[in-house]
Design a protein around this ligand. Sequence first.
Ligand code: F6P
Length: 538
Amino acid sequence: MECMQSVEWQALQAHFESIRNVHLRDWFAEDPERAGRYTLEVDGLLLDYSKNRIADETLDLLTALAERAGVAAVRDAMFAGERVNTTEQRPVLHVALRNRGGTPIKVDGKDVMPDIEGVLQRMAAFASAVRSGEWKGYTGRPVRNVVNIGIGGSDLGPAMAYEALKPYSQRSLTVRFVSNVDGTHLAEALRDLDPAETLFIVASKTFITQETLTNARSARDWLLRTLQDDAAVARHFVAVSTNAERVAEFGIDTGNMFEFWDWIGGRYSLCSAIGLALMVAIGDTHFGAMLDGFHAMDRHFATAPLEQNMPVLLALLGIWYNNFFGVESHALLPYDQYLARFPAYLQQCDMESNGKSIDKQGRPVTGQTGPLVWGEPGTNGQHAFYQLLHQGTKWVPCDFIGFARSQNPVGDHQDKLMANFFAQTEALAFGKSLEDVLAEGVDPELAPHRTFEGNRPSNTLLAAHLTPFVLGQLIALYEHKVFVQGVIWGVNSFDQWGVELGKVLAGRILDELTANEEPVLDHDGSTNQLIRRYRAWR
Ligand code: F6P
């Protein structure tokens, strides 16, 4: 029987009815130990989850649900290289990419660690050659610009992590990421670059993705317009892929290809060769420190009891709001400008993984699965959408992510940033009652507008400093959170069939947009009309 029909689920439903109206104000007033009890620290990453609408019983029942779902067994199967991606019959082994302990991990009886380490060494040698200027372009000049061409998992991970770890990067290199098939993205990325000093990393797991191949072809044309010799491509293009045949077909020497494997999902591939642009930017030592952070969280996830397991806790809290309170979204609010792309990155991780309505057995799920994931860095969001977070008719559970020390300790900026950080979680949780507002002498007519009901939950993740290690921990934390939720909802978090239909239709429509003769259109009336108008205006 699936989890959402289980007695554990029903027990949670009954418990929910009994505590749905309890206010965080009361829980904190009743229990001075609450904050300490609902805090967990793992290798310098602190999670305070006390501002959640939970009691001890909630956690017990949620943990029982995780046990019922077999979270530990499926987790162990993933780590052991079993084919937990059931619809594609593949193992799911992003954890092997950062298996820093060196223990063997086998797929079909073969230890994958030597291959992983071999690619990491090739990446490190290449990164060092580019960074030192030893790798020369076709005209003998060193590389000054690195442009990663990829999309989805072949873009968001390295692009996000490059932004996050910019202080650790070699500033003499310009590193850019081009993903959108909109020609503007490529044109703007290249407009001030010199082809003789530019290296392209074409990153695509499948090497058939329309956007990436279109951008890569146009980048090659741009290069050859100046360098005028096909032989230049070998000095200015490298590929990252699982598909050597397609890489060769595209015209990139497979000697310049960095390999990964079909048991790495695109959105889980940052620690593979997909991270090459990042490694070139920050160097292999910092890249290694990031892998250490991933590994530390992997070990915690693999070994900590469920009730003290950070990814499991985040997953269960998410389920509590998503499935029992019926909230639809989840906000990620990093109070660090370097993490500006973190919500977008996790949007793919979460929504492409658990945006499913069919379970592993092929049946429709009986309850809600993945939430809408969104967010922006603070404090910017406070002056944009936080009004709704505080007083809107719908509420949104939030994860606040902050750091004690800034990478750029300018004046008192960091204290101001973090004062806002702490203030927001306090205001959301405790609000401001009508009595308090009236007691301040506010006009009674205005008082309701100035009241904050509070009881809006949040998690706080706090670390001393945003280092490569901490970034690795944070990403692994959310990857495993998403994994646990997928297990409980009974979906396969590792396929993405939902992106296919649009790709097929786009292929057909492309021919219709570009046909010389007026095409016979047999879409629906709206699509037919829009295509005709586009052709007329094109
Ligand atoms: O269309 C979705 C998707 O398949 C993602 O899952 C993936 O990260 C992205 O496209 C890019 O795919 P590739 O790395 O094969 O170019």
